[in-house]
Ligand binder design. Structure first.
Ligand SMILES: Nc1ncnc2c1ncn2[C@@H]1O[C@H](COP(=O)(O)OP(=O)(O)OP(=O)(O)O)[C@@H](O)[C@H]1O
Ligand SMILES: [Mg+2]
Length: 295
């Protein structure tokens, strides 16, 4: 089983860069690494300096990278769940297959299915580490909340289905086993939440040494904790750049002492790209701290 390492944080703090840096470093040490970006504003290919539109590919020895896009996720959702949705819906109403497109466009589907995609990768990919570049804070947290709500709603959906079914059965004879399908979706949502809460998932927060980032990190930390997803380390990226960083670093130390180790990564110019440079972005003493929490 691989270990899933995820990077969380606000826009522009360095999630994609650090995911790539860690992935490149792990690969250079001989691990088999799968780097997956689910940020729908794709920048992984710019950071790695390679084309990723054609799907997953090996970008350096032992490192396969994939950029997920919104179109791809919708397409995959239809392939995986389209038929099931159609079966549930058509057992109740005289709908045609357009219902699938309609549901695919519903709010929350993309987020929900992104988590499913990561979960599935985890079970399918033959790797030691999956490094996951999530979307920026707002989207990332929303994605987690939706999974939880989805799970709760599906419990209600089964009850509602039974009521409706009783009603419609009087009008016409239904078929299929939609209740089992709804129950299987519910189990799946539950498994995904438990998977993110489990020890195979190591969540890391990313920030710059700026007061505004500090506030966001604090919020994300408590959001993740409230969902029982432990934060393994807080990475302060782009050190040596901001005038106020000593003061902000004090705030980080004060806030996270005894809760999560701090990892400091320097600002380098020009920004690192390509495996060779990326793998040495995180200084070796700091990398040791990362390895301690992800291995
Ligand atoms: N340690 C660093 N030193 C210098 N530049 C950096 C460093 N880390 C990131 N950058 C630069 O900062 C910018 C933002 O980084 P990156 O794209 O990795 O952030 P992100 O959190 O993934 O952003 P988004 O939320 O937009 O996806 C990029 O231009 C990147 O090259
Ligand atoms: Mg990014």
């Amino acid at each position: 089983m691989p270990v899933l390492v995820s990077f969380w944080g606000k826009g522009g703090v360095g999630k994609t860069t650090l995911s790539s840096a860690l992935a490149a470093k792990l690969a250079s040490e001989g691990y088999r690494v799968y780097l997956l970006s689910t940020d729908f504003i794709p920048s992984l290919q710019d950071v790695l300096g390679v084309e990723l539109q054609g799907g997953p590919r090996e970008v350096c020895d032992g490192l396969i990278a994939e950029q997920l896009t919104e179109e791809k996720i919708i397409q995959l959702w239809k392939e995986r769940f389209g038929e099931e949705v159609y079966r549930v819906a058509s057992s109740l109403f005289p709908v045609d297959r357009e219902i699938v497109d309609y549901v695919a466009g519903a709010p929350g589907i993309v987020e929900e299915f992104t988590l499913y995609y990561v979960w599935e990768k985890f079970h399918r990919v033959d790797a030691d580490f999956i490094v996951w570049d999530t979307m920026a804070t707002g989207g990332g947290i929303r994605m987690l909340r939706i999974e939880k709500e989805f799970y709760e709603h599906l419990g209600e959906a089964a009850k509602l289905y039974l009521k409706l079914k009783g009603f419609f059965d009087k009008i016409r004879t239904g078929e299929a086993e939609p209740l089992e399908l709804i129950e299987s979706w519910r189990r799946l949502a539950d498994n995904i939440i438990k998977f993110l809460q489990s020890d195979t998932h190591r969540a890391l927060l990313v920030s710059r040494p700026l007061p505004v980032d500090f506030s966001v990190v604090r919020r994300v930390y408590s959001e993740l904790s409230s969902m029982s997803i432990p934060v393994r380390a807080v990475v302060v990226n782009m050190m040596g750049y901001s005038q106020t960083e000593d003061r902000v670093l004090e705030m980080f130390i004060h806030e996270f002492e005894g809760r999560a180790p701090l990892v400091l990564v320097p600002h380098v110019s020009p920004p690192p790209s390509e495996c060779e440079k990326l793998k040495s972005l995180i200084p070796s003493d700091q990398m040791k701290r990362v390895l301690r929490v992800i291995k």
